[in-house]
Design a protein around this ligand. Structure first.
Ligand code: SAM
Length: 212
C-alpha cells in the first residue's frame, strides 16, 4: 500500500498532467485530507481521481473537477465566495485553504449537519446554511465569486444578481446527463459568458433548478 504522501503526490501530478497548472490549487489539494470527507469503507480510494458516493445518494466531486473549477475561479486571498452544494464540504475546504472567505449552502439536512461538524473539526471556518441555494444567500451578498457544484438546467438569476460588478459565477449547465461549465462575469452593463469543458454533476434541485 502506498504511503499517504505518495498517494497525494500521484494525484497532484496526475492533475498537473490533465492541465491544472495553478500551483496554489495543487498545493491546497495536496494539503487537504480528502479521506476525512468520505466514509471509512471508501478511504482506500480517497486519492483516486474519481467522484465518490457520500450519504443521501450525493457525491464528493472528482478532484480534477474541484481543481478545474477552482482554477477557473482564480481565487485570491480575501475573496468572498458563495458555494452552492456543500455536499461533503471538500470543495469549501479547498476554497478556504486558498484564503477565501467562504459561504456555502446545502439543501440536504444530513449533509449540512455533517459539514457543520467536520469543517470546524478540521480547522476550516466556513459559513454554512441549510436552504435552496438556487436563491443564493441574499443577506451576505454581494460575492466576488460564486461556484455551483451541481448541474443546472439554466443559470439562476438570483445568483447573477448577487455577484459584485466584475464578479464571476461558475456553473455547470445542461441536461441531467451532461453539463458544460459556464463562466459568467458580471459587468457594468450586463454579463459576459465563457464556455469550458463538459462534466457530469448530480442535479441542482430547487426553485431555479430541477424539480425534486
Ligand atoms: N461540493 C461538494 C463536495 O465538495 O463534496 C460536492 C457536491 S455534490 C456534487 C452536489 C451537492 O449539491 C449535493 O450535496 C446536493 O445535495 C447539493 N444541491 C443540489 N441542489 C441544491 C440546491 N438547490 N441548493 C443547495 N445544494 C444543492
Amino acid at each position: 500500500m502506498l504511503l499517504l504522501e505518495e498517494e497525494k503526490r500521484k494525484l497532484v501530478e496526475g492533475l498537473w498532467g490533465k492541465g491544472i497548472k495553478d500551483e496554489n490549487v495543487l498545493k491546497a489539494i495536496y494539503d487537504i485530507h480528502r479521506e476525512r470527507f468520505i466514509s471509512n469503507a471508501l478511504r482506500k480510494f480517497a486519492y483516486d481521481d474519481n467522484a465518490l458516493p457520500i450519504v443521501c445518494t450525493q457525491t464528493i466531486s472528482q478532484p480534477f473537477t474541484v481543481a478545474y473549477m477552482t482554477q477557473v475561479l482564480a481565487i485570491k486571498p480575501g475573496d468572498k465566495i458563495l458555494e452552492i452544494g456543500t455536499g461533503s464540504g471538500y470543495q469549501a475546504a479547498v476554497l478556504c485553504k486558498l484564503g477565501a472567505t467562504v459561504y456555502s449552502v446545502e439543501r440536504i439536512e444530513k449533509l449540512y449537519e455533517n459539514a457543520s461538524v467536520l469543517l470546524p473539526e478540521l480547522g476550516f471556518e466556513v459559513n454554512l446554511k441549510l436552504d435552496d441555494g438556487t436563491l443564493g444567500w441574499e443577506e451576505n451578498a454581494p460575492f466576488d465569486k460564486i461556484i455551483v457544484t451541481a448541474g443546472a438546467p439554466d443559470v439562476p438569476h438570483h445568483l447573477v444578481e448577487q455577484l459584485n460588478i466584475g464578479g464571476k459565477l461558475v456553473i455547470p449547465v445542461g441536461d441531467q446527463q451532461t453539463q458544460r461549465l459556464l463562466e459568467i462575469t458580471r459587468t457594468e452593463t450586463g454579463i459576459e459568458k465563457k464556455f469550458y469543458d463538459y462534466f457530469k454533476f448530480v442535479p441542482l434541485i430547487g426553485a431555479e433548478g430541477w424539480k425534486a
